[in-house]
Design a protein around this ligand. Structure first.
Ligand SMILES: [Zn+2]
Length: 160
């Protein structure tokens, strides 16, 4: 009986340690951004889909967004606050169904490790309002090798 008891204790300790880690990861998410609005204020200034993606870290369905095929020259800005994020020159056809860029305007975004859905990904957030934009992967084209995979609904466009 004794070894089983020890195993049970080890098992419980393992799981409580996991719980601890998860808590730390969550508390780390509370970052400070220059633009601060309450949930109600965001709900008023965004449409339902924008709120779901930008504020609740949702994802639009692939191939449905307004910018995945968009080819005009200009600047893609944050739909939440107007912060300039991506230049049209860095946009490329990734085949994923989401607008994709190989580079970002300096200091426009902040990155954070995202452990949701059993995956480890790097989340891309607007540096001014903290809005969720998408994720960045390291399978992009030259010169950076990065692929910023961004929700159209998180973006607006300023034509040049
Ligand atoms: Zn923003």
């Amino acid at each position: 009986m004794k070894p089983i008891f020890v195993a049970l204790i080890a098992f419980l300790m393992y799981f409580s340690a996991c719980g601890q880690n998860k808590q730390n990861a969550n508390s780390k998410k509370k970052m400070e951004f220059p633009i601060k609005k309450t949930d109600d204020e965001w709900k008023k200034s965004l449409n339902e889909e924008q709120y779901r993606v930008l504020r609740l870290k949702g994802t639009e369905r692939a191939f449905t967004g307004k910018f995945y095929k968009h080819k005009d020259k200009g600047i893609y800005v944050c739909a939440g606050c107007g912060n300039e994020l991506f230049k049209s020159e860095t946009k490329f056809e990734s085949g994923t169904g989401w607008p994709s860029y190989y580079d970002v305007i300096p200091n426009a975004v902040v990155l954070e490790t995202d452990y949701s859905y059993g995956m480890v990904r790097t989340e891309v957030m607007c540096a001014k309002c903290g809005g969720h934009l998408g994720h960045v992967f390291d399978d992009g084209p030259k010169p950076t090798g990065l692929r910023y995979c961004i929700n159209s609904v998180s973006l607006d466009f300023k034509k040049k």
